[in-house]
Design a protein around this ligand. Structure first.
Ligand SMILES: [Zn+2]
Length: 412
């Protein structure tokens, strides 16, 4: 039976980990940074050395393929891929695994001269982690990038996307040209580490993703009155921060109670104005994020949170404003792709379970233009987005072999 070369895959994973590699392990390789650009040049060289076609599109997405010469509806391709950018002080597998396993699978199929009716391609999508805009490259490819916003897209440190891309030799304003022709992708399968503890704790080698969570973010601004922090009696204070804190605690309980057991929430950004110790805060600002795999539940939670914000504001004598920042709907994986992955598991004698992805992935964009799905392998200790993120090398080889057989089935 055809199988990938685990030593070659491991060697590529370890080589890629050196670009932006940190002394104590892990890697910092944000998209468009010098280590990222070096990694991209290396990847293109590896794709060519494997005997595959290689090209880069105007959004900076890297592709490798067997016998297709670009995307077109005449001969739709079965596509795999992931990303080679990382979060700051991230791990060596998040994203890299899916790209390098995809390359390994295509090389294996080419060398074994295994027949496949449809062409096969692997993608490394730009800026999945969103230093400038999350899932940037796959959004451009799938035609959902808001080109009017490209000019204003910037990293938290203020660096603009247009400048970062220009430094790497790209014109951000032309990213829209990366859009794939309709019907050019027959199916998409992404191999990724789970980034959570479910597979490891259940002792199951392969996860078949059935849906990817939607994410809603909104800015919640409570506006009270700045006052002297010493002379103003407690009962007269209209404290913007305490209203924000009250809201955050109650919204957390609300999501736990009404989220169907699968929704989560986070307040990762808090601003207090004017932010000095001897002034009662006039304003408390939060970025409220909610994630869940069910669209109706997410919408209901958003409605409940909006009325909660009004109640908190009324009781505390402050004003409140809710400004939606972004909202992605949960993405459903195609039954046909899940069946192909489960078929591959059966061929290889591997157990599997269906599960939803609690993290966002490029596959959620691809799901809008084609039949998409994902394969998860266990993450040690459920750790990810940290330098000690890891999976067993055997688990990695198993995942790549499942990808191999799933792609062959979809391309047959
Ligand atoms: Zn990832």
């Amino acid at each position: 039976m055809i199988a990938i070369d685990p030593a070659r895959l491991r060697s590529r994973v370890e080589t890629l980990a050196r670009f932006g590699g940190l002394p104590g392990g892990g890697v910092t390789r944000p998209c468009w940074s010098p280590p990222y650009e070096e990694a991209r040049a290396w990847l293109l060289g590896e794709i060519r050395a494997a005997g595959l076609e290689a090209w880069v599109d105007p959004a900076g997405n890297v592709f490798g393929a067997t016998g297709m010469g670009g995307f077109g509806a005449e001969r739709p391709a079965v596509l795999t891929g992931s990303h080679i950018d990382t979060v700051p002080e991230g791990g060596i597998l998040d994203g890299a695994l899916g790209v390098l396993a995809g390359l390994e699978v295509l090389q294996t199929i080419r060398e074994a001269k295994t027949a496949h009716r449809l062409p096969l391609a692997v993608a490394a999508w730009s800026d999945e982690e969103g230093r400038y805009g999350s899932l940037f490259g796959s959004r451009a490819f799938c035609g959902t990038l808001d080109l009017l916003r490209v000019e204003e897209m910037a990293a938290v440190d203020g660096e603009r996307l247009v400048d970062a891309m220009a430094r790497a030799g790209f014109d951000a304003r032309r990213s829209g040209e990366a859009k794939a022709p309709a019907g050019a992708v027959a199916a998409y399968v992404e191999l990724h580490i789970e980034q959570g503890p479910r597979l490891e704790e259940a002792g199951i080698p392969i996860g078949v993703v059935d849906s990817i969570v939607g994410v809603r973010r909104s800015r919640v601004v409570f506006t009270g009155q700045a006052d002297h922090a010493g002379t103003t009696p407690m009962e007269r204070r209209r404290d913007g921060f305490l209203a924000a804190a009250d809201y955050a605690l109650k919204a957390r309980d609300l999501v736990v109670k009404h989220g169907g057991g699968r929704s989560v929430t986070n307040f990762g950004v808090v601003h207090v104005h004017p932010g000095v110790s001897n002034i009662v805060p006039a304003r408390g600002e939060l970025v409220h994020e909610m994630r869940g795999p069910d669209a109706k539940t997410l919408e209901a939670l958003a409605r409940r949170c909006a009325s909660l914000a009004s109640r908190v504001a009324r009781r505390r004598g402050v004003g409140v404003e809710l400004r939606p920042m972004s909202a992605t709907a949960p993405a459903l994986c195609a039954e046909r792709v899940q069946a192909a992955i489960e078929g591959a598991c059966a061929t290889l004698g591997l157990g599997s379970t269906r599960l939803y992805s609690a993290a966002g992935h490029d596959a959620q964009n691809l799901a809008a233009i084609t039949d998409a799905g994902m394969i998860f392998i266990p993450s040690k200790g459920g750790r990810s987005h940290r330098v000690d993120e890891m999976s067993d090398w055997d688990a990695i080889a198993r995942g790549a072999n499942v990808l191999l057989h799933a792609l062959l089935a979809l391309a047959a």
